[in-house]
Design a protein. Structure first.
Length: 305
């Protein structure tokens, strides 16, 4: 499985020339809604075709190189669709510099009748794909650190899933959120981390994960099939992806039934699900504030009382 990062350019004009030829330029720019981290645009070229651009401050170029690496990894498996990654880049601009990511523009279409079943089977195929090329020096992690939302996500390799989830996922989030916790909270958190090996199980095989798999990060493409966007990719336990699909309103039952037909779950997944989502809720606590504190405290109590 070949994993090749996309090209990176020093200006939007240079990117367009390299990708499409010297006569191609942006004819019209439309702001696209959605997302709270980056600005998004539909760029109509003078050829009549459209491409999709995300933009942020120049110093945040890492958001886009990380996203491109994640999309490239998913695409390399051939298991499930993603937008085509065209390039990343930075541009000094006329007044202020910016960083950008160019992707193919997705024209959404109506869902095919077996949309959810097809999506589940393709996600299962992603989770079954060989992930060894994506983790240098371990079974779990990724070739580079990336982001979960706007927060950094560490992906240093580990041989143990439990150690990875504790040291790369929970511990950094708990440390960042420390100001929210009482002494009693901290005692329960320490107990949880010290006994995590009794709560989690090692996967039957490591899986490449989307990493932030809620409904807003899935598009329906022109062929009526699911496409994955905005990943926070790493190699881990497939249960973590499935748990995320249930955090903010579960997908239809047909999705989970089809997934299990292709890739049966290890016994006890339902007892571990909230623990996986503790990471996502901690991240929301650190990003958005105290409205998520109660949910975090509830899950910590669930596994320590």
């Amino acid at each position: 499985m070949e994993f090749i990062p996309p090209p990176h350019y020093r200006s939007l004009a240079k990117a367009l020339v390299s990708l499409f030829g010297s006569s191609v330029a942006v004819a019209h720019t439309d702001r696209v809604s959605g997302g709270d981290i980056n600005k998004a645009y539909a760029l109509t070229l003078n050829t009549g075709s459209r491409i999709f651009m995300k933009a942020n401050a120049k110093e945040n170029a890492g958001f886009f190189t990380a996203e491109a690496a994640g999309l490239s990894a998913i695409a390399a498996t051939g298991a499930i669709g993603t937008p085509q990654i065209l390039c990343t880049g930075t541009d000094d601009g006329e007044q202020v510099g910016y960083s950008f990511l160019l992707l193919s523009y997705i024209e959404s279409g109506p869902r095919r009748k077996d949309y959810w079943e097809s999506f589940a089977r393709e996600l299962a195929a992603l989770h079954q794909a060989d992930s060894s090329a994506f983790v240098p020096g371990g079974k779990f992690g990724f070739v580079q650190d990336n982001y979960i939302g706007a927060r950094p996500q560490a992906n240093g390799g580990c041989e143990s899933w439990t150690a990875f989830f504790r040291d790369r996922r929970l511990v950094p989030q708990f440390k960042a959120a420390d100001r929210w916790f009482s002494a009693a909270d901290r005692s329960r958190i320490t107990k949880l981390l010290d006994h995590l090996d009794t709560l989690l199980v090692e996967p039957e095989r490591p899986s490449l994960l989307h990493g932030d798999l809620w409904g807003g990060n899935v598009l329906c493409g022109p062929e009526g099939k699911a496409l994955l966007i905005d990943p926070a990719v790493y190699v881990g336990h497939a249960e973590a992806d499935l748990a995320m699909t249930e955090l903010f309103g579960a997908f239809p039952a047909a999705f989970y039934a089809a997934y299990r037909e292709v890739r049966p779950l290890q016994a006890g997944y339902e007892e571990r699900r909230d623990l996986y989502n503790l990471y996502q809720l901690l991240n929301h606590l650190n990003l958005f504030g105290g409205s998520y504190l109660g949910a975090v405290q509830s899950i910590v109590a669930e596994y320590t009382e």
